[in-house]
Design a protein around this ligand. Structure first.
Ligand code: A3P
Length: 319
């Protein structure tokens, strides 16, 4: 069996045989499951998650497609919710990567066929991260918990994902060319894709249940992080007081979580994510809006724009 499938349980191995399969980005394969494309191990994890995870109304979930600004939003959410527990100078974000403070369901907690995690010791509110598409979120979809979602324009998300895949894939696997990756992306075959379906499901839910799903765009956050921090804090029922505003607490959090600050930390230069095998530094590249123009031809731009118009036109969601 393929190395990445060796450690799967028999039930999952059998399921995989029945699923549509494509070449993976950083992994060997992607499989189509519950309407989306998943990396092999995430399928086993999400099945376990769906079986065992019991949402609490106080839970907070940071949901994203990969490379949309997850690291940033996890940091901001952690900092907002825990601002009375930690001083900025000794803040956990200075010594831990955000992915260790806000673990993923499918990549950390329920990953690697491990025992069902004991989440009872997590301090409330429990903070989780996930790339799982909304319809596959199990008990979360019926609970009152809060979901913060960030999406990023598909051009930059794609370029970021392409860089990331080639950076972290095992050496024995051939690199993924830009053309091949682009073609797959436009067909919807990217981890947790199709892009448009993932985004749309959360977008619709945010319109239907604005108290439970907050929808951000990466580009808007970059333009005005303070405004978004205020909206985030209000949404989570942790609004900033006038006094906090006067004392510059919002700016302090924005600075603590900024790309420049996080990237420069020792932990993010040399550390590893505790619960997976990634180096922390792979999560920090350029963090620019519009970097895609350095990679995509006008023809590629046209193709992706067409897909996006076709899939998202009329939804009210534009990039
Ligand atoms: P680039 O590859 O375009 O630089 P994710 O966190 O979802 O994996 O997304 C990673 C992208 O967000 C990368 O984009 C990365 O550089 C950028 N990023 C990481 N930390 C950030 C931060 N604190 N603020 C803004 N962008 C950040």
């Amino acid at each position: 069996a393929d190395d990445e499938e060796k450690y799967l349980g028999n039930e999952c191995k059998e399921l995989l045989l029945s699923l549509p399969k494509k070449r993976g980005w950083r992994t060997l394969h992607l499989y189509q499951f519950q309407g989306f494309w998943w990396e092999t191990q995430a399928i086993e994890a999400v099945i376990s998650f769906q079986k065992h995870f019991q949402a609490r109304d106080s839970d907070i979930v940071v949901a994203t497609l990969p490379k949309s600004g997850t690291t940033w939003l996890k940091a901001l959410t952690f900092a907002v919710v825990n601002r009375h527990r930690f001083a900025i100078k000794t803040h956990p974000l200075l010594t831990s990567n955000p992915h260790d403070l806000v673990p993923y369901f499918e990549l950390h907690l329920y990953a690697n066929n491990q025992l069902v995690p004991d989440l009872s010791k997590f301090p409330e509110p429990r903070l989780f991260g996930t790339h799982i598409p909304f319809p596959s979120l199990g008990t979360i979809t019926e609970s009152n918990c809060k979901i913060v979602y960030v999406c990023r324009n598909p051009f930059d998300t794609f370029i970021s994902a392409w860089h990331f895949a080639n950076k972290i894939k095992p050496q024995h696997q051939a690199p993924l060319s830009l053309d091949e990756a682009f073609d797959m992306y436009c067909q919807g075959m990217s981890p947790y894709g199709p892009f448009w379906d993932h985004v749309l499901e959360y977008w619709k839910e945010s319109l239907k249940r604005p108290q439970n799903v907050l929808f951000f765009k990466y580009e808007d956050m970059k333009e005005d992080v303070v405004l978004h921090l205020k909206r985030l804090a209000e949404f989570l029922d942790y609004p900033f007081t006038m006094e906090e505003e006067r004392n510059g607490v919002i700016e302090d959090i924005a600075k603590l979580c900024s790309f420049e600050s996080l990237k420069a930390l020792e932990v993010n230069k040399t550390g590893m994510i505790r619960m997976s095998k990634f180096e922390n530094k792979v999560f920090f590249r350029k963090a620019e809006v519009g970097d895609w123009v350095n990679y995509l031809t006008p023809k590629m731009e046209e193709r992706m724009s067409k897909v996006i118009e076709e899939k998202l036109g009329g939804s009210g969601l534009t990039f």
